[in-house]
Design a protein around this ligand. Sequence first.
Ligand code: GLN
Length: 490
Amino acid sequence: MANLNQLTVHALQDLLRSGQVSPGEILTDCLSRIEQVENKVKAFITLTPELAKLQAEQAQAFLAAPSAGPQSPLAGIPMALKDNMCTKGVLTSCASKILHNFIPPYDGTMAEKLQQNHAIMVGKLNMDEFAMGSSTENSGFYPTANPWDLNRVPGGSSGGSAAAVAAEEVIFALGSDTGGSIRLPAAFCGVVGLKPTYGRVSRYGLVSYASSLDQIGPLTRDVTDCALVLNAIAGHDPRDATSAPVAVPDYTTFLKPDLKGMKVGIPREYLGAGLDPAVATVIQKAFRQLEELGAICEETSLPHTEYALPAYYLIATAEASSNLARYDGVRYGHRSDTADDIITMFNQTRAEGFGQEVKRRIMLGTYALSSGYYDAYYLKALKVRTLIKQDFDRAFEQYDLLVSPTAPNVAFKFGEKEDPLAMYLTDVCTIPVNLAGLPGISIPCGFAQGMPVGLQMIGRPFAEGTLLQAAYAYEQSTDWHRQKPELGVR
Ligand code: GLN
């Protein structure tokens, strides 16, 4: 048998239920894998092996109890959380020096739900500082490497989440996605990543970056696992006013390998300039595969797409400048000890604690919101956001699903995108989806230059089921999700 750390949630679930393996054995395999590869991959900021062992014992007892009732498929499964989700008693740093010592006094809804499901948390995962970035190079601590080529980035900002799943250190992970931060690293690392509809999953206890865009979702080895994790984390939460009171279906009921008659739109703006020709070839092949499975694919247009990136970088930075005002050295996190008065203390704390990209965004956002510029930048960006949403609304009158590449290129080498604009352009295909609040998934669909390529599927609000159905049908007809990285340098 393969090492247990290499399996999926659903495969492990069968082994656990039939008593062939125990949560402790699965955990042991994950921890030894971490010991073996973590010095190369650096997916984690914090490891919690002692806590995990305790949770494995509890999961064991839960699974063995005859009265345990309906059992969660996540019981006994080792996983990890992006380091922007609050975990009681466990460092939650957002990969920022300003939160290098922040130990939350409470669990966010994600930590809580996963505990209720008896999943096992092995640690907290690396990311771009405050989720600002596309490569995990903006981590305030160290970058994470791509398991497919250790000289390349894993994508971002949930790079640790994608790398840990791809490197088989954990079975699944949670990430957050404000402009592509789940889907992009999923594509770069060859795993499945889902950004649910805005409001589908609670953000309580998620450290805010841009609150009108942020959404939590799963990173998994296959589509079935994605449905299982979404089942566990979706749903209304009274502690998050933006979480939607919409019933949660059993997402596994959508896992049918059938696309007959599904109407699929291919927005031409996502295949334009900037798309790596090798990626385009892989993507075109994936479109043909969808047709072979019975989907009716047609070219369509989302005419305001080119304005999504500039609108995003005004809206996201405006919200970030406000959200990040709370880091002042007073209540939590880093406090500069070189200042003699309070104003200097605020300034020094922020100067020492924030990295360059975070400072850039706070300045940009503050500028966009300031008197005299608000109308010209922030308000205009909000209007553009409405136009983008309307593009999607019109498309979904005709199509059940839209498909595109997840990113215009494969994972790049460290240091290759030093110009911030070049880095921002990595998210052209994912950002519009956040602006419109829609669900989007990235699934493995082949390789270009030896690196994984992701296929993005975009759905109507709360149509995660449709996404999972199409993703599952595609996945079951291909072998891409079974490919494993060698953890070497190409
Ligand atoms: N790369 C985008 C940004 O830097 C998106 C990040 C994210 O989704 N958190 O803002």
